[in-house]
Design a protein around this ligand. Sequence first.
Ligand code: CA
Length: 227
Amino acid sequence: MNVLIVEDEQDIAANIGDYLQAQGETPDYAYDGIGGLHLALTQEYDAIVLDVMLPRMNGLQFCQALRQEGFNTPVLMLTARDTLADKLAGFDVGTDDYLVKPFALQELYVRLTALVRRAQPPQQKIIKVADLELNQDTHTATRAGHTLKLNPVGLKLLALLMQSSPNTVLRHVLEEALWQETPPESDALRSHLYALRQVVDKPFKQALIHTVHGIGYRLVADDASTA
Ligand code: CA
């Protein structure tokens, strides 16, 4: 995840950043409130670690401004002053959690990942497109009431297509979801899509999976633009 660290004490910022980096996360730094806010409004972050006492704009003002601009990025506030009033003020302006200095980096990381997880919209358990239905809890798919026999790759592809429906999913997005950086061979995706269509579309009148040539695939009930 991309984490913005807004902290004027550079050694603390570096400590947090190094720890996050060691966990495979991507830290970014700002050393005052205005600079931090500028980054927060122009870059994409999964979470912000925000010190309360900052030059130019304090953490509470930062948070208020961020929320006023309509950004819901989770904010973990760092405070040196362990007073209830400070904490309540933090929550008032849209802070999601806080830590009192000094804190263990591990705890910061646990809280950050929890915030990010909570911020993600809950997954819809059952997705429907036309007469096709996918249950993401039981990992079963049906079409017109018939259970579809799909292997794990087929199920994963179907889930990706249905989650994005009616939008097109890019080829490389599908490939990365299945094989990360290293697809087994250039035509592997095509073969899996072919197999998926044999199960999802072939026995039925209407095809739902459509190729968007040179771009990717989309799953949609009635599609006039692609074949
Ligand atoms: Ca400070």
